[in-house]
Structures are given as C-alpha cells and as structure tokens.
Design a protein around this ligand. Structure first.
Ligand code: NDP
Ligand code: RET
Length: 297
C-alpha cells in the first residue's frame, strides 16, 4: 500500500503497450468502454468481452475509429464453461492476450433477506469466480513468455462495510485477496515480467450505484477514474485507490491486520520450503483467521 501511495505522488516512467493484445471484460459498460478507448489510444489491439452484445459492438465501433484491431465476443462471465470456450476461440482466432483487464462487475442492490439467492450468487460468480477462470485461461502463455499484465478492477467498498452490499463487498474482498495472492505467487516464482494492478475506486458516476445516497464525497467522473487507473497500469503500479483519500480506510484496515500479516508471511515462507506438505483438496470448516495454518500444514 505504501509503495502504491508513493507511486501516485511520484511520476514513474510509463511503459509502452503499442501492438500488445489487451482483453477487457465488461467492455460494453461505462468503465469498460473508457478502458477500451484508453488502451486503443496507447496502440493496443483489443479483445472485448461482454454479455451485452449490442453495447460491446458499440464500444468496438468507437475503438475502431482509433485505427486498432478489435474483436468482440459475447460471453457470460458467470459461467466457467462460457469463459473457457471463449478463451479458446480468442487464442485460435486472434492470438495470445498479454494484458488482461478484469473489469466486468455486477451488484444485486437489494436487502440480503429480500434478494433472490441466484442474484447474490451471480455477484460472486462474475466479480470473483471469473477471476480464477480468466487467469487460468490466459496466465499460462504469459508465464511461458514471462510477459504480461493482469488488472483487477475491485472497489473501495473493500475497505468498509455498507448495508445493501453484502454480495458486492464479499466479491470485492475476494477480488483483492485474489490479486494479492497472485501477485505474491508471481514474485515468488521470479516471473518479474508479469505485472499486476489492483484498481480500487470510490463510487463512480456510471449508474451502477445510481440511487445511493452519497453524503460524504460526490461520485467520481468515469473518465477521471479510468485515466488514473491507466496511469497506474502503465506505471506498473501494484495498486491504486481513487481518489487518494480512499487509501485511508485501506491503511486503517491494513493496520488492524498487521499481526495477521506476520503470521501470513511465516506461513508463506514455510509453504515455499521444500518438503513442507502441500494442501490437499479436502478442506473442511476453515475459518478466516486460521485458514493459513490449515492450508499450509
Ligand atoms: N460504478 C461504480 O461506482 C464502481 C464500479 N466499480 C467496478 O468497476 C467495474 C465496472 O463498473 P461499471 O462500468 O460502473 O459497470 P457497468 O454496469 O456500466 O458495466 C459492467 C459491464 O459488465 C457486463 N456484465 C455484467 N454481467 C456480465 C456477465 N455475466 N458476463 C459478461 N459481462 C457482464 C454488463 O453488461 P449488462 O449491462 O448487460 O449487465 C456491463 O456491460 C465493475 O467491476 C465495478 O464493480 C468499482 C468501484 C465503483
Ligand atoms: C469517502 C470516505 C469514506 C466512504 C466511502 C464510501 C461510502 C465508499 C463506497 C464505495 C463503493 C460503494 C464502491 C463501489 O464499488 C469512508 C470510508 C467512510 C471514510 C473515508 C472517506
């Protein structure tokens, strides 16, 4: 977190992504479309995924005007099979993706007790589970080449608890945990050519949280949010909170997690020591606090 804060104040060198193949999920949506336009301006070729074919095509039309190659795919990210099948098609029809922007997200937006189970489940599937399948589909080639970038669009809602958002908060906590663990694994495996960036915006004026009463600070401009995210991605920053004020709740939580952090590091070191028994598939009754010990011993 500290290095992320420092990097947002310093002006690091931005990398060149001209000619790279970038896949964006939720590309028909507000932030996804802006991400597509910003990546196209940087010269990246695009693969756009969304369940909303018409919105996705509209993004593709706008992006083509900037002169880059664009391919669209209609895919349901809540279905693992749909992700794997579409990923195979991308590999054969377009090529190997070197930048993956996991942007698609949904929220049920209802009181927990009034919300149909399927809606709650969908949030976890799209915002969290899809990260596993997307990464399993595209990371192997990045590893072969020790080159790539995986961007996870999470949320500042990871930092606190808001009523009506249990499904969303749970999924974004999951996304942050996924990003952190993946980042550590890539570092541990010396794959320093594969970068990761976690994007944590406050509420953005896209309609996703339309109707929420926001008394503290007004919603962010979508373009500002994406431009700040792009700067962090091109600077290969591991994480960005937008606006910077949102680092405060992140730091507060990090402080309260400090003691857990030390036991995490110890367990992590032990896990990498040859001879330590690796986890088996069968895991029962793992609680959050003790999961690391149970997983590694
Ligand atoms: N807006 C905000 O205030 C904030 C947003 N974020 C995150 O930013 C990301 C983008 O949000 P935003 O642009 O506002 O959202 P949008 O709803 O505008 O865009 C999301 C896109 O993802 C698509 N999508 C939804 N479900 C699926 C699915 N199962 N398979 C494939 N595509 C799907 C949507 O299609 P359809 O429209 O048909 O559902 C839509 O095109 C999300 O991850 C969100 O959680 C983070 C912080 C704040
Ligand atoms: C501004 C601000 C706060 C409120 C943040 C809120 C309300 C965030 C909501 C984010 C959501 C819903 C994101 C969705 O992706 C805090 C933490 C109280 C204190 C620090 C300043």
């Amino acid at each position: 977190i500290l290095s992320a804060i420092l990097q947002t104040f310093l002006r690091p060198r931005l990398k060149c992504i001209d000619g790279e193949l970038c896949l964006i999920t939720g590309a028909g949506g507000a932030l996804g479309r802006l991400f597509a336009l910003e990546f196209a301006k940087e010269g990246a070729h695009l693969v756009l995924w969304d369940c909303n074919a018409a919105a996705n095509e509209q993004t593709a039309r706008l992006v083509r005007e900037l002169g880059v190659r664009v391919h669209t795919y209609t895919v349901d990210l809540s279905k693992r099979q749909s992700i794997y099948e579409t990923a195979n098609r991308v590999r054969t029809e377009v090529g190997h993706v070197s930048i993956l922007v996991n942007n698609a997200g949904v929220v049920a937006g209802r009181r927990l007790l009034d919300c149909p189970d399927e809606l709650l489940e969908r949030t976890l599937l799209v915002n969290c589970h899809a990260l596993f399948w997307m990464t399993k589909a595209f990371l192997p080639r990045m590893k072969e080449q020790n080159h790539g970038h995986i961007v996870t669009v999470a949320s500042s809602s990871r930092c606190s608890f808001y009523f009506l958002l249990q499904d969303y908060c749970a999924s974004k906590f999951g996304a942050v945990g996924f990003h952190e663990s993946l980042t550590h694994e890539l570092i541990a495996e010396d794959l320093n050519g594969i970068k990761t960036t976690l994007v944590c915006p406050y509420i953005v004026d896209t309609g996703m949280f339309a109707g929420c009463e926001i008394s503290i600070i007004p919603p962010l401009e979508p373009l500002y949010t994406v431009q700040q995210s792009m700067k962090a991605i091109l600077a290969e920053q591991q994480m960005i909170c937008i606006p910077r004020l949102m680092y405060i709740p992140f730091l507060a939580r990090a402080g309260s997690d400090w003691s857990l952090c030390w036991s995490d590091s110890a367990a992590w070191a032990l896990c990498l020591t040859p001879g330590i028994k690796q986890p088996t598939v069968k895991q029962t009754a793992i609680t959050t606090q003790s999961s690391h010990n149970l997983l590694y011993f």
